[in-house]
Structure formats: structure tokens, C-alpha cells
Design a binder for this molecule. Structure first.
Ligand SMILES: *Cc1c(COP(=O)(O)O)cnc(C)c1O
Length: 354
């Protein structure tokens, strides 16, 4: 086992930061000066380096390119009013990352590399975190298998990498979502709960077809009946029905266990709302909507944080929502923002100071 203090740091000769205007910078397009790379072989993590951001050199036979042992995370760092950087709930992402690793038959990444490596990288790149409202630094840890060999088996070598991308607000517009009836994202026993690359590759066709109909994304349903509601793109989903916030439960392993979802559940309960994590079908939702009981639907995820849904379509039935009249989503967003901005007490220790 390597020692956390042995992270080798090679600095870039010249920063790219002065060439960039961080205000309103598009999501995921620009990357900071450095990256972290850790190498796994012979059953252990061998090296951890922070070095200038650069392309990877991979043999064309590299296993990840063929068999998809690839997992990732999405985390955000911010600057407080005092300019001090912090990361939001990185330990939750760390735990989830290793759950994904276990499911994909990949080695776990130790805390000394994932958390301490991320901390050191963010510290080095702190000037890149935009000190602008609604802006942040997106952190993308990921792991790929790297055996140069075409046999189908769990690889013996891996790379764990962290890259950083400063970004402005993500989804500016309230979303239009279509309920998916044909394609399946995840089934029990599958990999739906893991943040593995194949889940996204397999999802794109559904979003593409929804876009042709004028929708931004799909709301996934279960594999057997296409009736039980799951989640949207890279977001979990909440329905406010008769004043109760209902979100699909996780126990079937078909839904990503969102950190933002957990945050929102906690904040809603603390604000005195009733929250139910349970199975919910499209039939129940439509019935409640017909009775005038559905007041809001919103998505939650690190990238978009809280995204109101202005329209949800199932077959010919269209539910429209007045986003400006929503109460629960903006309230929980305001609370979360206040905690992040240090205006409200961080009693759960969600802010990890660098
Ligand atoms: C990342 C992701 C989410 C949201 O998780 P957060 O931890 O809140 O960012 C939800 N669904 C899917 C499929 C995801 O990939």
C-alpha cells in the first residue's frame, strides 16, 4: 500500500487559466492545468501522481475500450464567501465509487488516493474554482481497466484518474420529460445502481428519440412492465403529491443512489415535509394528477443540483407545471445554497474544507 504523502507532483510550466473567462463557462468543456493519475497492478496501487493535464496513451487492445470496465463519479467543489475552497460530500461519492468498483469487478480505490488525492489536486487548482454565483468546479474521478489484451476477463491493471472542470450553471431551462416505454436502463441484478460507463452508452438512444419529439430527456421505467418510475438521465426524481414528496426507492438496485437525492430527502424532512421513498407507478401519478394533487416534479443531481420539470408526457397524457408557482423545489434549493454559502449551519458536515 502506498502512503498518501507519496503523491508525486509535477507542475505545469505555464497555466492556461489566464486565457480563460470563467464567467458562464460551459459545463465540462474546459479542464484545469493538472490531473491525478494512480496506477494499479499486481494486486496493489503502485503510484499516485499529480501531473500536467494531458492525453492518455492507450494500446488499441486496451481492455476498457472493448469490454467497458469503466466507472466514474461527479462531485462539486466551491469557493466560500471567504474564498476558501471546499468539496460537497466527497465521502458519499467515495463510498459509491467503490460500490461501483465492486459491481464491475474492479479494485477498490483507497481513501488515501480518492479523498486525499482529490484534496491535494483541488488545493493545487484552487484558483480555477470560479468565485461566481451558481458556478463551481466539477470533479470527475474515474477508473478504467488497462490490460493490453483481448481476453474477456476482469483486467489486472487499472488507472484511477481525477480531472477537474470549472463550470457555470448546468440546465438553465426547466425540463420537458417523456416517460420511457420501450427502452430499459436497468433491471434487478444488473448494474443500474453503479455509475459505470455502459449505463450511459445504453441510454443515449432513448434521449435522442425523446429529443425528436421535443423532449429533453426520458423518465426511465422498470424493465418488466414499463410502469414503475425510476429516474431521469443523470438525475433522481421527486414528485410532490398532495404535499408529500415521493421519490422512487433504491432497494431493487435499478436506480443510482444520488448524493443530491439523499441531501434533498434530509433537507425536506428537516423543513417539516413528509417524504416517502417507495415504489411509484405512472398510473398512480396520472391518477393523482387528474385529481389535481401533483404540484411539482423535479430532478436532483450534482450537475444540475435541483431541476424543475415543466412537462411530463406519458403516451398522449401531458402533465404541465407552472415552474414559477413551485414551492418545494425552490425552497430546498435555497436551503442547500444557504448551507453551501455558509449562511446556514452545516450541521451534517457536508462541506469538506480543503
Ligand atoms: C450521477 C447520477 C445521479 C445523481 O447522483 P448525484 O450523486 O446526486 O449526482 C442520478 N442518476 C444517475 C443515473 C446518475 O448517473
Amino acid at each position: 500500500m502506498i502512503d498518501a504523502l507519496e503523491i508525486q507532483v509535477t507542475r505545469t510550466a505555464k497555466s492556461k487559466l489566464q486565457d480563460l473567462n470563467l464567467e458562464g463557462i460551459p459545463f465540462g468543456k474546459y479542464f484545469t492545468d493538472h490531473m491525478l493519475v494512480a496506477e494499479y497492478a499486481d494486486g496493489e496501487w503502485k503510484t499516485v501522481e499529480i501531473k500536467p493535464y494531458q492525453p492518455l496513451e492507450l494500446d488499441p487492445s486496451t481492455s476498457v475500450l472493448h469490454y467497458g470496465q469503466a466507472i466514474f463519479e461527479g462531485i462539486k467543489a466551491y469557493k466560500g464567501d471567504d474564498g476558501a475552497p471546499f468539496i460537497f460530500r466527497p465521502y458519499d461519492n467515495f463510498k459509491r465509487f467503490n460500490k461501483s468498483a465492486a459491481r464491475m469487478n474492479m479494485p477498490e480505490v483507497p481513501e488515501e488516493i480518492f479523498i486525499e488525492g482529490m484534496r491535494q489536486l483541488i488545493e493545487l487548482e484552487a484558483d480555477w474554482i470560479p468565485a461566481i454565483k451558481e458556478h463551481s468546479m466539477y470533479i470527475r474521478p474515474f477508473m478504467i481497466s488497462t490490460d493490453p489484451m483481448l481476453g474477456v476477463r476482469p483486467a489486472e491493471t487499472y488507472k484511477f484518474i481525477i480531472i477537474l472542470s470549472p463550470g457555470g450553471p448546468y440546465y438553465a431551462q426547466p425540463m420537458k420529460i417523456a416517460v420511457e416505454e420501450k427502452f430499459t436502463r436497468a433491471a434487478p441484478g444488473g448494474v443500474g445502481f453503479s455509475k459505470n460507463a455502459g449505463n450511459y452508452g445504453g441510454s443515449m438512444i432513448a434521449a435522442t428519440e425523446a429529443k425528436k419529439q421535443g423532449y429533453d430527456q426520458v423518465l426511465w421505467t422498470d424493465a418488466f412492465e414499463h410502469k414503475w418510475l425510476q429516474e431521469v438521465g443523470m438525475m433522481n426524481v421527486f414528485f410532490v403529491i398532495d404535499g408529500v414528496a415521493v421519490t422512487p426507492s433504491l432497494e431493487e438496485g435499478t436506480i443510482l443512489e444520488g448524493v443530491t437525492r439523499a441531501t434533498v430527502v434530509t433537507l425536506l424532512k428537516e423543513a417539516g415535509h413528509k417524504v416517502e421513498e417507495r415504489r411509484i407507478s405512472i398510473d398512480e401519478l396520472i391518477e393523482a394528477h387528474k385529481a389535481g394533487k401533483v404540484s411539482e416534479i423535479f430532478g436532483t443531481g450534482t450537475a444540475a443540483v435541483i431541476a424543475p420539470i415543466r412537462e411530463l408526457k406519458y403516451k398522449d397524457y401531458v402533465m404541465s407545471f407552472d415552474v414559477d408557482a413551485m414551492k418545494v423545489a425552490p425552497e430546498v434549493k435555497a436551503t442547500l445554497t444557504a448551507i453551501r454559502e455558509g449562511k446556514q449551519e452545516d450541521k451534517h458536515n457536508w462541506l469538506f474544507k480543503i
